[in-house]
Ligand binder design. Structure first.
Ligand SMILES: [Zn+2]
Length: 431
């Protein structure tokens, strides 16, 4: 297989190979190589690790994928058995669940609009008769409304769960099986979208990323959900995508563009830990549950809106209310779960003895690579916190993570703080 070198080559040339390697940080002895890099103009050297392939490159943007395969990690020795302590959930098929939200909204609009049209065409005496009938049955209608409201409240209360890791109470309306089935649909869609770009499990880059992921998982086997999830990894060969994400079934997607941003194993490990944390905290199930609950609660207001107002006014009001709800409810929630995954991910990384200070250094670097001003302005319209917010938040969590590292008897970290180093590098523009 031909490997095309794209980055780190010139950087590595300016460094000195390590004489001794720390077995823990190497995570295997195939491709991660250690180099001393001169820090600043002083006599200090910093030890860094780079995934170096046979010809000195690190990634392969033009490699043709021979087989679209990926491996399931062998950390799960409990098969598909899930610990399920929550109350039983409704068992709607996942394909129906995916269409239910837009379908319910569309049906509510159609019903409200039809109601308005029907009322318009009704003769005056019939209208009076209908109003009278409505008045005389008002208690029955109020009782019906209260029963539906009570049913929704009951459903909400019986689907509240306390997360074992964060102790936060959250509303989860979907079972693990439903989430896994939906994840399978999403996974197949992603695999067909990136057809031809999925690195095979035999690819050196894939192997290296898998080693880091395995190390994170193996270091956190005391967490039940880590043990009982069928983790798998898909590396997508797309150098322009600096991204990674995870599906609720434990499938982690990493784009090669993200690997080019990572300076070290520690940074890659922190990214993977963040994705693992999303699965452990059932963030996708929680977000979907909230969205479905919101849609359910909006059915009656939408019917009333379309029944009372002309199409243009109803459409504008609905657009405005969606904008408000999205900006004031959904997006802040999305950012809060990202911060939660950052915090829990940092703890997972600490237990794997990674250098937790690299988390903040990574976001400092991401910030320097982006148009930072525009990014700060649009944070409130974003699903993720701004890079600077993430960096500061992770910085505040580093002391706690360092204590956890100590508890896990991890080797001492370099006295040179990567956060200071990255700042110096940015100011000198030598990233
Ligand atoms: Zn995330």
């Amino acid at each position: 297989m031909e490997i095309v070198a794209v980055s780190f080559k010139s950087l590595i040339k300016s460094m000195y190979p390590c004489h001794s390697l720390v077995p823990h940080n190497r995570l295997g002895n195939v491709s991660w190589q250690c180099y001393y890099r001169k820090y600043n103009t002083s006599q200090h050297y910093i030890r860094q690790y780079y995934p170096v392939l046979r010809n000195g490159g690190v990634l392969c943007p033009q490699v043709k994928s021979q087989r679209q395969t990926f491996v399931h990690f062998s950390v799960n020795n409990a098969g598909n058995r899930y610990l399920h302590t929550s109350s039983p959930k409704c068992a709607l098929p996942p394909a129906l669940l995916l269409f239910l939200r837009p379908l319910s909204k569309f049906a509510a609009i159609l019903f409200g609009r039809s109601l308005r049209m029907w009322w318009k065409k009704l003769p005056a005496d019939k209208r009076l008769f209908m109003l009278e009938a409505f008045r005389s049955h008002r208690y029955l209608l109020l009782g019906l409304g209260a029963s539906i409201g009570g049913g929704i409240c009951y459903f909400y209360i019986t689907h509240l769960e306390v997360d074992p890791l964060t102790k936060r109470e959250r509303f989860i309306a979907f079972s693990d099986d439903q989430m896994k089935a939906m994840a399978k649909i999403e996974q197949e869609a992603m695999l067909s979208k990136f057809h031809g770009c999925v690195l095979p499990a035999s690819h050196p880059v894939y192997k290296e990323v898998a080693k880091v992921a395995m190390h994170i998982l193996e270091s956190n086997m005391d967490i039940d959900k880590v043990k009982h999830t069928n983790w798998s990894l898909i590396v997508i060969n797309s150098i322009d995508d600096k991204n990674a994400f995870v599906l609720p079934n434990g499938t982690i997607f990493i784009f090669t563009g993200m690997l080019t941003v990572c300076n070290s194993i520690d940074q890659l490990g922190i990214i993977i830990s963040h994705e693992v944390a999303h699965v452990l905290l059932s963030h996708m199930a929680e977000q979907m549950s909230r969205l479905h609950l919101h849609e359910l609660l909006m059915i009656v207001p939408i019917i009333i809106l379309w029944a009372l107002f002309p199409d243009g006014v109803a459409m504008f009001s609905q657009w405005l209310s969606n904008l408000f709800v999205n900006t004031l409810v959904h997006l802040p929630f999305s950012r809060s779960v990202e911060s939660e995954a950052d915090e829990v991910g940092l703890q997972l990384a600490a237990k794997a003895c990674l250098d937790v200070r690299e988390a903040s250094a990574f976001w400092e670097k991401m910030k320097s690579l982006s148009d930072s001003e525009s990014e700060e302005v649009i944070e409130f319209l974003s699903t993720h916190p701004a890079y600077d917010t993430r960096k500061k938040f992770l910085d505040s969590k580093v002391p706690e993570a360092m204590k956890l590292r100590e508890k896990c008897n991890c080797p001492a970290l370099s006295p040179l703080d990567p956060r200071t180093i990255i700042k110096t590098e940015i100011s000198r523009k030598i990233l």
